[in-house]
Design a binder for this molecule. Structure first.
Ligand code: TMP
Length: 393
């Protein structure tokens, strides 16, 4: 047995299951436990949730909702064109087309199992397969379109359970001189920031570079560059190529592998320490909420993110503590948060005048939110966050 459990985040719902009624019968819950594989160094959920329960035609998350992300993907596409000049682009997990729309639609293909999202990109003339990423799909795409110069996947590979098949299928679809760019939350940043909300049903894995390196080593692929991004509270952008492609391998890789080693990514004790920090974080966050409620403060949530679902359910922060969430995503509005049943409403131009505190569910967009909410801040309105430790801002 190489998988060692270090964290139990209790009873958790499906994060994408925004409820139509506040107290439904038979809501699905499972026990979210996190394990470390001391052989591969992969950190994952102990139990994988069937994909159909999470990625279906009512999928709520729209990547294009954030101005920050729209700009980030536009800038990235310019950078990719300058560095690699790809003739054809395949995106695995194309969401609402936020990345692919920056490329010529004749040479861009999407893979997106959530049909409501695939419909959006298909209507933008970006051919999109509403299927899960598998070897069978990889072969089908090759038969129709050949191999690709660029394969891109952000916040998706961590959702796929069978990583061996995933990487083999990517290797098949990637041209010999092609580049695969993978982005996912960084495990090192999760540990540094005690941002345990990166663990939720969809995130079957939270990756270190060390673990990805171990995985790709088993294929004909290898990492040739790595960048640390601010997105989603700290993500790795990993550049992968075929071993036979002689693109120069960046010194960044040995640097980051060394940094991860120094920070104990390879050792179970690191995760035990992290789990203790999580328990402390829960205690301190709940204390903040309890103290504020005792003095009759009015608290809302800002951004009903999937991430925040883990925090709310683990910390027992329900409608008693949080009056409602504001969220710009249309198909979350008028619904209730999974498990904790807090109403979600459409935001007004600014946080309402009767609100004293706003809990940052979307803490990863703090900058964007603070610049939007200047009026609230100027009148003395405060924010609550749990990252990097529970505090009032
Ligand atoms: P994400 O962290 O999973 O990308 O989700 C961000 C959520 O936060 C998304 O539902 C939109 C919401 N949001 C707001 O409601 N207001 C904002 O200003 C920002 C930046 C995000």
């Amino acid at each position: 047995m190489t998988k060692l459990e270090f964290l139990n985040l209790g009873k958790q719902p499906i994060t994408n299951n925004f409820l139509k009624i506040q107290n439904p019968k038979n809501e699905f819950f499972y026990n979210l436990r996190i394990v470390f594989d001391d052989k591969t160094k992969l950190v994952s959920s102990a139990e994988f949730i069937p994909p159909e329960k999470m990625f279906n035609d009512t999928y709520a998350h729209r990547a294009s909702m954030s101005i920050t992300m729209q700009k980030a993907y536009k800038d990235l596409s310019i950078k990719i064109k300058e560095r690699f000049n790809p003739k054809s682009v395949l995106e695995i997990g194309s969401n609402d087309g936020i990345f692919l729309k920056n490329f010529n639609e004749a040479n861009a293909i999407g893979v997106e199992p959530c049909k409501n999202l695939a419909d959006i990109t298909n209507s933008m003339n970006i051919k999109t397969f509403d299927e899960y990423w598998t070897m069978a799909l990889s072969k089908k795409i090759i038969n129709q379109f050949g191999t690709f110069n660029l394969v891109y996947s952000a916040n998706t590979i961590s959702h796929i359970h069978d990583l061996n098949e995933t990487f083999l299928a990517i290797s098949e679809v990637l041209a010999d001189k092609g580049v695969f760019i993978l982005e996912d939350p960084s495990l090192l940043e999760v540990i540094r920031n005690t941002s345990y909300d990166q663990f939720y049903d969809e995130h079957a894995y939270v990756f270190s570079i060390t673990a990805i390196n171990n995985l790709v080593k088993k294929t004909d692929l290898e990492i040739f560059d790595v960048e640390l991004l601010d997105t989603h509270g700290g993500s790795n952008r990993i550049y992968i190529k075929k071993k036979k492609n002689n693109i120069k391998i960046s010194k960044n890789i040995s640097k980051i592998l060394h940094e991860e080693k120094e920070n104990g990514i390879n050792h179970f004790e690191t995760y035990i320490k992290f789990a203790n920090n999580v328990k402390k974080s829960k205690y301190e966050l709940v204390e903040i909420f309890k103290t504020l409620k005792k003095s009759n403060k009015k608290i809302i949530g800002y951004g009903a993110t999937y991430k925040s679902s883990t925090i709310l359910n683990y910390c027992g922060l329900n409608n008693y503590f949080i009056d409602y969430f504001v969220d710009t995503t249309k198909n979350k509005q008028g619904k209730f948060t999974p498990g904790t049943h807090i109403p979600i409403i459409k935001p007004n131009d600014n946080i309402d005048d009767d609100i004293d505190y706003a809990y940052l569910g979307a803490w990863n967009f703090k900058k964007e939110i603070f610049s939007k909410e200047k009026k609230y801040i100027n009148r003395g309105g405060k924010f609550i966050t749990h990252v990097p430790s529970p505090q009032i801002l």
